[in-house]
Design a protein around this ligand. Structure first.
Ligand code: SF4
Length: 210
């Protein structure tokens, strides 16, 4: 089976929008400041971006607040064509706990993660619809640990459900991940050593203890 090249689909969309001279509104789900860096460089060239910080998976709350503060700082410091707005969600860990029930022992990238992607993307699609955005997408595909196929499949299905366009993406491509590492170092960003949930934290601690 031929794999869909999500990065190319995004570049085609971007080229078309540039040709049309349009700047649509994009609600960008952001997991953390480091992952948003390279995505924002690319997207603010074409879209009016709002960063949607909605991550009930992150534990503990201090970590949630720390990642949010770092994102806020980055948005003030990173030179971009247009400064994105920041739309943070209240901290609601019980929403993640409900979908992770029974999947606690899953490895990173497994069934728990798929539900975690869906939870955050669905909230983004819902908010995009409610606030009249033209597109929604997520920074998650910049990470080599995140499955772009799954993310884009979920995004496309939610676009149908909510009636808002999903911007296909695979931000790690064309050295996107490398660029995010470089920008994170340049801006001295806090880079967490675990994905976000309590289970990924325990797995990271177990790895470090080896
Ligand atoms: S490892 Fe990351 S993506 Fe997977 S469930 Fe935990 S926070 Fe979500």
């Amino acid at each position: 089976m031929n794999r869909i090249r999500y990065d190319e689909l995004m570049r085609e969309d971007i080229a078309r929008l540039k040709e049309q001279g349009r700047r649509p509104r994009l609600l960008l789900h952001v997991c953390c400041a480091p992952c948003s860096t390279a995505c924002l460089e690319l997207l603010t060239d074409v879209f009016d971006v709002t960063c949607f910080y909605c991550n009930p998976n992150i534990s503990p709350q201090e970590e949630y607040e720390r990642r949010l503060q770092e994102l806020d700082r980055l948005l003030k410091e990173l030179p971009l064509r247009a400064r994105p707005d920041l739309l943070p969600c209240a901290y609601e860990p019980e929403r993640f706990e409900a979908i992770a029930l029974g999947l606690e022992a899953e490895p990173e990238g497994g069934a728990r993660c798929e539900k975690c992607y869906r939870l955050r993307l669905e909230e983004t699609a819902r908010a995009a619809k409610a606030h009249g955005y033209d597109y929604f997408t997520t920074t998650l595909s910049v990470s080599p640990y995140k499955n772009a196929e799954k993310l884009n499949t979920i995004g496309a299905a939610l676009a149908e459900t909510w009636g808002v366009r999903y911007l296909f993406s695979d931000f790690k491509k064309r050295d996107g991940y490398l660029r995010s590492i470089r920008l994170s170092a340049e801006y001295g960003l806090y880079r967490q050593d675990y994905c976000g949930c309590v289970y990924s934290k325990a797995q990271a601690e177990a790895r470090q203890a080896l």
